[in-house]
Design a protein around this ligand. Structure first.
Ligand SMILES: Cc1cc2nc3c(=O)[nH]c(=O)nc-3n(C[C@H](O)[C@H](O)[C@H](O)COP(=O)(O)O)c2cc1C
Length: 168
C-alpha cells in the first residue's frame, strides 16, 4: 500500500535552478535540492526531462541554486515555475550575476546561493538526478527560507506536474 499522507510529510525547500546554453540563460523553480556529501560538498537536484533547463544543465555542465526567501511573491514562482524558457526569456528584467562555474545566479528573492559544477547524473524515468559539486556559496541575507510546505499550506501555492512530488 502507498500511503500518500506519509509522502506529504517529507520536507523540502524551494529554489531557482539556473543554467545556460551558449549565450542563452534559463532557470526554473524546484523543490528537490539536497546536500548529498560534505567532502567535497555536493548537492543533488531532480529535473524533469521535458523542462528546458534539463537540456541546459546537460549541455553546459554547470548550474546554480538560488535559495528563495519565505516572502517570495507567488507571481515570481509563477514566472519561473509555470512558464518555460521556450516561450519567454525569464532572465529579462531579472537581477543576476555569473558564478565561478560560469552559471548564471538569480539574485531576486534569494537569501543566498550555491554555484555548482556537474559531477554526475542518474536517469530516473521521467526525471534526471543531477549531482553537482559546490564551487562557491554565499548567504546574502540571514532570513527564513521558503519551504515547500509553507508555499503550499500557508501561501496556497500550487505544485507543477513536472515536480517529482506532484499530486493529481
Ligand atoms: C512548487 C514547484 C516545484 C517544482 N519542482 C520541480 C522540480 O523539483 N523539478 C522539476 O524538474 N520541475 C519542478 N517544477 C516545475 C518547473 O519549475 C516548471 O516545469 C518550469 O516551467 C520549467 O521551466 P523550463 O522549461 O524553462 O526549464 C516545480 C514547479 C513548482 C511550481
Amino acid at each position: 500500500m502507498l500511503d500518500k499522507e506519509a509522502l506529504l510529510k517529507v520536507t523540502y525547500g524551494m529554489y531557482i535552478v539556473s543554467s545556460m546554453k551558449g549565450q542563452r540563460m534559463n532557470g526554473l523553480v524546484i523543490n528537490t535540492a539536497n546536500q548529498v556529501t560534505s567532502k567535497p560538498a555536493c548537492v543533488s537536484i531532480c529535473i524533469n526531462r521535458e523542462n528546458l533547463t534539463h537540456e541546459y544543465i546537460r549541455d553546459s555542465g554547470v548550474f546554480s541554486i538560488s535559495i528563495l526567501k519565505q516572502e517570495t511573491p507567488l507571481k515570481f514562482i509563477g514566472r519561473w515555475g509555470f512558464r518555460s524558457g521556450r516561450d519567454i526569456d525569464k532572465f529579462e528584467g531579472t537581477s543576476y550575476k555569473t558564478g565561478k562555474s560560469g552559471a548564471p545566479i538569480v539574485l531576486d528573492n534569494a537569501l543566498g546561493y550555491l554555484d555548482l559544477k556537474l559531477l554526475d547524473h542518474l536517469s530516473v524515468g521521467t526525471h534526471t538526478i543531477f549531482v553537482g559539486e559546490i564551487m562557491e556559496s554565499e548567504m546574502m541575507e540571514d532570513t527564513a527560507p521558503l519551504t515547500y510546505s509553507y508555499y503550499r499550506n500557508i501561501r496556497g501555492g500550487r505544485s507543477s506536474r513536472y515536480a517529482p512530488t506532484y499530486e493529481e
